[in-house]
Design a protein around this ligand. Sequence first.
Ligand code: NDP
Length: 295
Amino acid sequence: MRIAFLGLGAIGRPMAVHLARLHELTVWNRTAERARAFAAEHRAKLAATPHAAASGAEVVITCLPTSHDVERLLDGEDGLEAGLGKGALFIDCTSGDAATSRRIAARLARKGISFVDAPVSGGTNGAEAGILTVMVGGDRAEYERALPVLQAFGKRIVHMGPLGAGDAMKAVNNTLLGVNILALGEGLTALVKAGVNPRLAVETLNASSGRSFVSEALIPERVLTGAWPVTFRLALLDKDVGICLGLLEELGLTAPLLERAGALLHDARTALGEQADYLAPIRLQEQRAGVEIRG
Ligand code: NDP
């Protein structure tokens, strides 16, 4: 299948590697050097503009920071919309927002182009292993069209509901991830300060009822080891929580816990900057408590 992929960032790049093995792939990236390096290393053609990437593609996949970035990429002579042909399928793997996804879908529908929102979960490791969870919003028929393409990098590919349902699912998921990160940071710093060995604390937690993905995978791999890799920017997690809080507001719901977590993550982003990793708020918690969760 002729596929165009735009956005070779931390998660997009390993997703595109799987597509290059199975399909006729064309890549475009804002920083052209990244796309050039990708095309030199993998079986993929290089496109000079989004327009050129979309020309002749049966499927176009985007994976950018926000839905607004995707929307802007449609615009102008060099933009995606000008290159897309009638009947093409647009799969947006950005962790986006439902309102913008619906606006993009309506705009493309006027040209006979289908759209699904299809955010992913599983991190860069999951992308490399080709085992991401994909949360798809859109018509059932379009989900079925997207399925064989998404299977290149996805393991659980779920039709969540109409347009925007994938975005909603992803935003709530990541907000719960954020809550877990902050909660683990607070709980573990307290235990270490109380004199409990950090590794023993994590191991015992993971054999008890307070465990979570954060305690089972992220803390042992990144915090106890002191490795602190940067794989998912805190700025993007903050963006996801913002989308979730926007959804809650739209629904007329209050969610004090999620709102508090959102405020704390946003403060951490302000303190740590745009390139910090999503687990870095734990370092702030460590500093405040005067301890290190290592061992
Ligand atoms: P990165 O910041 O690593 O990469 C972003 C990509 O988008 C880069 O290719 C960047 O180009 C491009 N880009 C940024 N702004 C624009 C723009 N205005 N116009 C065109 N291209 C742009 O992000 P990730 O790859 O980590 O994340 C991408 C999406 O996937 C986000 O929505 C994120 O929330 C989501 N996600 C990320 C996960 C992760 O583990 N990293 C996990 C699950 C979802 P350039 O090279 O020029 O900077």
